[in-house]
Design a binder for this molecule. Structure first.
Ligand code: ZN
Length: 205
C-alpha cells in the first residue's frame, strides 16, 4: 500500500497541477494543509476534497515558535486550521483527526514540546503520522529524474509506504516527477490509499 502525502499547501501553482495528475492517474492522496494557506486558497482545498482526497491538519502557521508557545497556542493552531478547512468546504465543522508535525514528530529541536504536544493531541482525539519514504523535494533543488530516483531509493524493500512530498514550489517541484513516480509505484505493485480509508479500516498502524 502507498499513501501519497502532500504537505504545506495549498499553493496557487503546484496544488492544481498535482490534482490534475492525480485525476489522470486515478489515484487519491492525503493533503496536510497549513491553515493560513487554506484561508488564502479555499477553492483549491474544496476541489481536492470534492475529488476524493483526504484533507488533514499541518498546523495554522507552520512556525514552531508559535505552535509550541503553550498548550493553548498548540491547540489553537489545530482548531483554527480545522475551522479554515470547514469554511473552505462549506461544512459546519471539520476534523480530520490527523495531524502531521511540521518537520516530523521526532526532532532534536522542540523535542520536549513535541512530546507534550502528542499528549494534547490524544486529549482531542487526534492521531499523528510521519513518513517512511520521500523524494527529498524540500532538501535541495532536484531535477525531475533525480526526484524520481530519490523516491525509488527510499522505497526499496518497504511493504507499506507513507510518502512525503510537498505541493509547493519553494525548493524542488515534486509535480514534475509525480506522474512518473505514480507509474513507478503502480509497476511495483502498490495500491494507493488515503488516511481516510485507513481510519475506516482501522488497520495496523
Ligand atoms: Zn510542513
Amino acid at each position: 500500500m502507498a499513501y501519497l502525502t502532500f504537505d504545506d499547501g495549498p499553493t496557487k501553482v503546484a496544488t492544481p497541477i498535482i490534482l490534475d495528475i492525480l485525476k489522470e492517474e486515478n489515484v487519491l492522496a492525503t493533503f496536510f494543509v497549513i491553515g493560513s494557506h487554506v484561508e488564502e486558497f479555499p477553492d483549491i482545498v474544496k476541489r481536492a476534497y470534492e475529488e476524493g482526497h483526504f484533507i488533514a491538519n499541518h498546523s495554522y502557521s507552520h512556525q514552531n515558535t508559535k505552535l509550541y508557545q503553550s498548550k493553548t497556542s498548540f491547540l489553537n493552531e489545530i482548531q483554527k486550521t480545522d475551522e479554515a478547512i470547514a469554511k473552505a468546504l462549506g461544512l459546519p465543522s471539520y476534523s480530520s483527526h490527523l495531524f502531521r508535525f511540521p518537520n516530523g514528530s521526532h526532532t532534536s529541536d522542540y523535542a520536549v514540546a513535541k512530546k507534550n504536544a502528542k499528549l494534547y493531541l490524544k486529549e482531542i482525539g487526534y492521531y499523528y503520522v510521519d513518513w517512511n519514504a520521500l523524494n527529498n523535494d524540500s532538501m535541495q533543488k532536484y531535477s525531475s529524474s533525480e526526484l524520481l530516483q530519490n523516491l525509488k531509493n527510499s522505497c526499496k524493500g518497504k511493504h507499506t509506504l507513507v510518502i512525503l512530498m510537498h505541493d509547493t514550489i519553494d525548493v524542488s517541484k515534486s509535480y514534475t516527477a509525480l506522474q512518473e513516480s505514480i507509474q513507478f509505484l503502480k509497476q511495483e505493485g502498490y495500491s494507493f490509499a488515503t488516511f481516510s480509508s485507513f481510519f475506516s479500516d482501522n488497520s495496523s498502524f
